[in-house]
Design a protein around this ligand. Structure first.
Ligand SMILES: [Cu+2]
Length: 461
């Protein structure tokens, strides 16, 4: 068996290419199967999340977030979903046998010019022959199905440096590629819940952009574009490479149902080789390009963070802001800075200058979908937005609506921004001015529900 190709959906030629015809027909069948059938769309969505059962049962309500398991768990999730689709396709007479056997998920590369909207086949209400289109989802944000609103440039690709950050870290304040080292984590285990770098951007940002079902853990799998979105997230693990994959993360096993209903138990180390272990490959794993001039400036300033030993020097919070409320308008806040502790200095032979500076946005909560992402800028509110000072983006998929005790935090590496400010004499050692700005990529006429941010802190390491 050679590896199946996972291809860029926007690169498929023509209108309704065979791969998308097959996908639409399969989703149509899966949407009609009873929810207890593992091949049904309802079952597949419930594997991610469901309100119908209380706790996870080993197969349902299992999605892993704010954790180093976010990336491998979703890889396995896509792998079994793909097997369900092929099993269903083999029973649809109008699908040629070779199309069914070779079918692999395409990915949605919103980071590539031309990919900033849905592929039109996902937005069309009807199939090529006038039947209702199963790939269409009417819960999406206004403008998404009309292809008139594009993904904000700041959320199209991972933030500068994220692909080169450590996959994981023991301390939640250290920004990572894949998420903090945790146990099983459905996103509602004890706080804090800190998203990994890839989970934040573009992952959470794209959930926010599409909206509707895509904003809800228990509904996301019902949108057929969810699977193409996660396929692109999965692809970024291959773009990064596997040289620094974590050790010791095989202690937690995850259950999945295969297409024949059989129970499978898998671990993170069983899915690191897409060709050898899972029989698929991506047609393109080149590094993405930043989509704005300011982000390109940030890329140019980065140094690779390769010193894993630095984990042994504990990070330290040196300043924390008050809480703030975001309501759709730009809002400024200050983080007053204190001094590092004696312990901090002792751990670095008396030095008090940090090697790394991180910005944490803590305890984000909302009751209704805020409808947009916010950029967090190291700038005064009166300045015009400059992406070379964009610390990161906060999006709100990781908190679940209607559940009070859920919060989400983000950690961003701002070392290069702080250094650049020092060099130009613009760094104030007593306070860090910040501005939260709503990003484009959301319909302006949609009312914006408020977001509560617990605090913002500056961390030295
Ligand atoms: Cu997701």
């Amino acid at each position: 068996m050679t590896a199946r190709q996972r291809r860029d959906v926007h690169s498929l030629p023509g209108t309704w290419p065979p791969l998308l015809r097959a996908y639409a027909l399969a989703i149509g069948v899966m949407a009609e199967l009873p929810p207890e059938d593992p091949r049904s769309l309802a079952y597949q969505a419930a594997v991610h999340g469901t309100d119908a059962i209380g706790k996870a049962d080993g197969y349902l309500n299992e999605c892993q977030h704010s954790s180093w398991y976010f990336i491998p768990w979703h890889r396995w999730y896509l792998y079994y979903f793909e097997r369900m689709v092929r099993a269903v396709l083999r029973e649809i007479p109008e699908v040629p046998a070779d199309v069914a056997d070779e079918w692999a998920l395409p990915y949605w590369n919103y980071g590539k010019p031309g990919g900033e909207t849905l592929r039109p086949e996902f937005a069309a209400p009807e199939l090529w022959d006038g039947r209702p289109n199963p790939l269409h989802n009417e819960t999406r944000n206004a403008g998404v199905n009309e292809l008139t609103v594009v993904v904000a440039p700041q959320v199209r690709v991972p933030l500068p440096g994220v692909l080169d950050r450590p996959f994981s870290a023991p301390q939640t304040s250290i920004p990572t590629f894949g998420g903090p080292a945790t146990g099983w984590n459905h996103g509602d285990e004890p706080s804090p819940q800190v998203a990994g770098g890839l989970e934040g951007t573009p992952h959470n940002g794209i959930h926010q952009y599409v909206g509707g079902d895509m904003m809800d853990f228990a509904r996301a799998g019902f949108d057929p574009v969810f699977w193409l979105h996660h396929c692109n997230i999965d692809r970024y693990w291959e773009v990064r490479g596997h040289a620094t994959d974590p050790l010791g993360w095989d202690g937690v096993a995850f259950g999945f149902r295969d297409a024949d209903g059989s129970a499978q138990q898998v671990t993170a180390d069983g899915c690191v080789d897409t060709v050898g272990q899972l029989e698929y490959a991506y047609d393109d794993v080149t590094r993405p390009e930043a989509a704005t001039e300011g982000l390109r400036i940030r890329e140019g300033r980065l140094e690779v963070f390769a010193e894993i030993a630095e984990f042994e020097i504990p990070p330290e919070v040196v300043g924390q802001s008050d809480g703030l409320r975001l309501d759709g308008a730009p809002i400024g806040t200050d983080v007053p800075l204190g001094r590092v502790s004696r312990l901090f200095a002792a751990a670095r032979a008396g030095g008090t200058v940090p090697r790394h500076v991180y910005l944490m946005v803590n305890d984000i909560r909302w009751d209704a979908d805020p409808g947009r992402d916010y950029g967090v800028y190291l700038q005064e509110r009166t300045s015009s937005a400059d992406d070379s000072r964009l610390a990161g983006v906060i999006s709100f998929f990781g908190t679940r609506r209607g559940v009070d005790d859920h919060e989400l935090s983000y950690s961003f590496d701002i070392t290069d921004i702080v250094r650049a400010l020092r060099e130009t004499g613009d760094w104030d050692p007593d306070r860090v001015p910040l501005t939260f700005r709503p990003l484009d990529g959301s319909p302006v006429d949609q009312p914006t529900a408020p977001v509560q941010v617990g605090s913002v802190s500056v961390v030295y390491q």
